[in-house]
Design a protein around this ligand. Structure first.
Ligand code: WTA
Length: 652
C-alpha cells in the first residue's frame, strides 16, 4: 500500500466541526444499548466482553474460550464452541415465532411471496436434503449464482445446515468472473437459475452459467437450476443439471439434522477485489462471524424481532450476507427482500415498499441516497414513512448534505442515521455510532464500536494527531474478522497484516482522519481498489479488460464523486477514438466484469500522465475526474498532457 490518497484530498468539505447531534430522546428510551459505559466495559474486559455476542447465539457446545491469539495473525474466536448457523437463523425461533414472517419478498413483476419462520425452516430442510442427495457433504463448497429471489437465502441456509460452505457470486457478474470463482473456490456444485427480469426483458442467466462451466477448469458434480421465469424462458437441462423445484418437492417435509460445526469452521467464501487484479477469496468462520453480525444487528442497527427491517443491498455482496440474511434471521426479525430496482416501475418504489410493509429499520448506501436526492423529495413525501425509526448507511462516505437529506425526508427529521464502516473482510460493522448512546456527526462514521481497536495511524503505526490524515488500521482482532484467504496463509498475512512494536495490525486499505472526539472520517481507499456504486473492484481488473479491446493501448480507471467509473484511454495511432470504440469499451467491461462496472465516462487522451519512473498518476486523474484542485505536476514525465486531459473532461 502506498500513501497516495491519504493526503486528505477528499476531506475538503467535511472538515471544520460538524455539529454533534444527540441520540433522540424517544429513541434512546427503548434502544438496545442506552448505557454509555458499554465502551469502558468492553475496553476493561477485552476480549471477554465479546462473550455478549456469543450469548446472542445458541451453541451445541458453548465456548469456554473467547479468543485464541497464540499464533497471530491467525486468530480464532470462540475456538472450542460448536454451533450451526442455519439452526441459529431458523430452528431456535420456531418455539416463539413459527408463524411470524421471516421474509417478505417482492419480485420485479409485482409478484409477492412471504415465508414464516416455519415455512423457511421447511424449505431449507427440503433444500438441504436435496443437496445431500446430489452428494454435497460437509466441507464441500457450493457456488450460488442467483438474483434476489427467496431461493438465494434458502440455498445459503441449506448449505449452512449441512456444513457446506457457500460461495455466492453476485448475479450481475459475468461468466468469466463466475468461472474464476468456481475454480478458485474449488467448488464442485453450482446453484443458478434460468434467468431473471431486467426491467421488461427476460435475461438468460443460465446461458451465462453454461458459459462459465465451459470456461472453468473444474468439472462440476451437479448444477441445480431454479425456475425463476417459468414459460418466459425455456432452458433445457443436461443430465447433471437438476430442477430446483423438483428437488425440493421430492424432499418436502423431510428434516435434516443441522450439522454442528466448530466455530472456526468455514461458513462461506466471498470473493472481493484487493491489491491485485485477481479477486481474493475472503473466508469467514461460523462462530465469530455470526456472533459479531448478530451483535451489531441488535445493537447498532437496533433491530428487534418485532421490527420489519430492510437492507437494500444485494445478497451477492457482503452487506447482503451479513445484514440481509444472517443478521436479521439470527435476530428473528421480519426482513424485506426486493428483487427490483428502486426506480421501477416508478421512482417512488422504495418508499412504496417501506409504507406497504411498515419498515422500521432501513439500511442502504450513499449511492442510493444520492439517486433519491436527484429524483426529488416529492417521492418520499408522497408516502407515509412514519414507521421508520432508524436509518443506516454503508459502502462509502456520505456527505453531510446527503446525510441530512436522508434524515429529513426519509427519517421524518428525527430518526437516528447510523453511518456504518466495515468491509468484506471485517464481516460486520466495525465503526459506527451506537444510536442510543453516541452523538452523530454527519459525514463522519464515528468512533470504533466497543471492543474494536481501530486507529488512524501513520506509516509506522503510530496514531496521527487529530485533524491529520493517516491510515485506518485495526490493532487487535475482532469476532467477525476473516479467518483467512482462500489463496493461503502467506497471501493473507501479506495482504492485510503488519507486525509492529506493540503487536499485529490489520490494514484496512482506507485513508482516514480522526477528530478530537475520536470520530473517524473515511477518506477513501489508498490502494488500487475503487468503490463503484457500492460495489468493489480493482483498477487493474477493469483496466486489463479495457486494454484487451482492439485499438486500445493503455487505460487508467478511477472513481468519481458519484460512485461512478471514469476510464482514461489511449489508442493506437491509426485508430480513431470514435463513439463506436467508446461503446465497445463500455460493452466489454459490462460483459466481462459486470454491468455495474460499466464506465460512466470514457476519456480519450493521447497519453496518460506518468511519473519519471513510468507509473501512471492515477491520483491526479482521480482529482481531475472529481473536478478537484491538484498540485504541481511539473515533476511528471509528460506534464503537458494534464491540461489537455482536464479540458477534455470539462468539455464532456
Ligand atoms: C468503503 C462493504 C466510508 C471503504 C461493507 C471500505 C466506507 C470498503 C463505509 C469496503 C462508510 C464501507 N464510509 N467508506 N460508512 N463503508 N466503506 O468490502 O472504502 O464491499 O474499505 O464492504 O467500502 O467495501 P466492501
Amino acid at each position: 500500500m502506498d500513501d497516495a490518497g491519504a493526503d486528505g484530498r477528499h476531506a475538503g468539505g467535511a472538515s471544520g466541526d460538524e455539529e454533534a447531534i444527540d441520540p433522540p430522546e424517544a429513541f434512546r428510551e427503548s434502544a438496545a444499548v442506552a448505557d454509555p459505559d458499554v465502551y469502558d466495559s468492553f475496553a476493561a474486559d477485552w476480549p471477554d466482553a465479546w462473550r455478549a455476542a456469543a450469548d446472542l447465539l445458541e451453541w451445541d457446545r458453548y465456548p469456554e474460550t473467547v479468543l485464541d491469539d497464540d499464533d497471530p495473525p491467525f486468530y480464532e474466536w470462540f475456538p472450542d464452541g460448536r454451533l450451526n448457523a442455519a439452526a441459529n437463523c431458523l430452528d431456535r425461533h420456531l418455539a416463539d415465532r413459527r408463524n411470524q414472517l421471516a421474509i417478505r419478498w417482492f419480485g420485479k413483476r409485482g409478484e409477492r411471496r412471504s415465508y414464516t419462520y416455519a415455512d423457511l425452516h421447511r424449505e431449507v430442510n427440503a433444500a438441504a436434503a436435496g443437496l445431500r442427495e446430489l452428494g454435497v457433504g460437509e466441507g464441500d463448497v457450493v457456488t450460488i449464482y442467483l438474483p434476489m429471489i427467496p431461493e438465494l437465502p434458502v440455498a445459503m441456509l441449506a448449505c449452512a445446515r449441512i456444513g457446506a460452505p457457500h460461495n455466492v457470486v453476485f448475479a450481475g457478474l459475468s461468466a468469466e468472473a463466475l468461472a474464476t470463482r468456481i475454480d478458485a473456490a474449488d467448488s464442485a456444485y453450482l446453484i443458478t437459475c434460468d434467468g431473471y427480469y431486467r426491467r421488461e426483458d427476460a435475461f438468460n442467466q443460465k446461458s451465462r452459467a453454461d458459459n462459465a462451466r465451459i470456461r472453468a477448469d473444474a468439472d462440476l458434480e451437479a448444477t441445480v437450476v431454479v425456475d425463476r421465469l417459468g414459460d418466459a424462458l425455456e432452458t433445457p437441462l443436461a443430465a447433471d443439471e437438476h430442477d430446483y423445484g423438483s428437488l425440493v418437492d421430492a424432499h418436502e417435509g423431510e428434516t435434516v439434522e443441522p450439522v454442528a460445526r466448530d466455530a472456526t469452521d468455514l461458513l462461506f467464501v466471498m470473493y472481493t477485489s484487493g491489491t491485485t487484479g485477481r479477486p481474493k477469496g475472503v473466508e469467514h468462520a461460523t462462530g465469530g462471524y455470526l456472533a459479531h453480525v448478530a451483535w451489531t444487528t441488535r445493537n447498532v442497527l437496533d433491530v428487534r424481532p418485532d421490527d420489519t427491517y430492510w437492507c437494500a443491498a444485494d445478497i451477492g455482496w457482503i452487506t447482503g450476507h451479513s445484514y440481509g440474511v444472517y443478521g436479521p434471521l439470527a435476530t428473528g426479525t421480519t426482513t424485506v427482500l426486493y428483487e427490483g430496482s428502486p426506480d421501477y416501475p416508478d421512482r417512488d418504489r422504495v418508499w412504496d415498499l417501506i409504507e406497504r410493509n411498515a419498515v422500521s429499520v432501513f439500511y442502504t448506501s450513499p449511492t442510493a441516497i444520492r439517486s433519491f436526492m436527484k429524483w426529488g423529495a416529492e417521492y418520499p413525501a408522497a408516502h407515509d414513512l412514519s414507521s421508520i425509526r432508524l436509518l443506516g448507511t454503508v459502502g462509502e462516505s456520505i456527505t453531510p448534505k446527503a446525510w441530512r437529506w436522508y434524515r429529513e425526508h426519509v427519517g421524518g427529521g428525527d430518526a437516528p442515521v447510523v453511518d456504518t464502516w466495515w468491509q468484506t473482510e471485517t464481516g460486520a460493522i466495525a465503526l459506527a455510532t451506537l444510536p442510543g448512546v453516541t452523538p452523530m456527526k454527519p459525514g463522519k462514521v464515528g468512533p470504533p464500536l466497543p471492543g474494536i481497536d481501530a486507529r488512524v495511524v501513520d506509516r509506522d503505526g503510530d496514531p496521527v494527531e487529530p485533524g491529520e490524515t493517516g491510515y485506518l488500521a485495526i490493532a487487535s482482532p475482532w469476532p467477525g474478522m476473516l479467518r483467512g484467504l482462500r489463496e493461503g496463509e502467506e497471501r493473507y498475512r501479506r495482504e492485510y497484516w503488519v507486525e509492529g512494536e506493540d503487536g499485529w495490525r490489520y490494514r484496512t486499505g482506507d485513508g482516514a482522519s480522526v477528530d478530537e472526539d475520536g470520530y473517524v472520517t473515511i477518506l477513501g481507499r489508498v490502494d488500487d481498489v475503487i468503490n463503484v456504486r457500492a460495489h468493489r473492484f480493482n483498477t487493474a481488473e477493469l483496466e486489463s479488460v479495457i486494454v484487451a479491446v482492439d485499438g486500445v493501448t493503455e487505460a487508467a480507471v478511477v472513481g468519481d464523486d458519484d460512485g461512478g467509473v471514469v476510464a482514461y484511454v489511449t489508442t493506437r495511432g491509426d485508430v480513431d477514438p470514435d463513439p463506436d470504440l467508446r461503446e465497445a469499451i463500455a460493452a466489454e467491461v459490462a460483459g466481462v466484469v459486470a454491468e455495474v462496472a460499466r464506465p460512466d465516462r470514457i476519456v480519450f487522451t493521447p497519453e496518460l500522465p506518468k511519473t519519471r519512473s513510468g507509473k501512471i498518476m492515477r491520483r491526479l486523474l482521480e482529482d481531475i475526474a472529481r473536478g478537484e484542485e491538484f498540485g504541481d505536476v511539473s515533476a511528471l514525465r509528460n506534464p503537458e498532457v494534464v491540461g489537455e486531459i482536464e479540458s477534455t473532461v470539462r468539455r464532456e
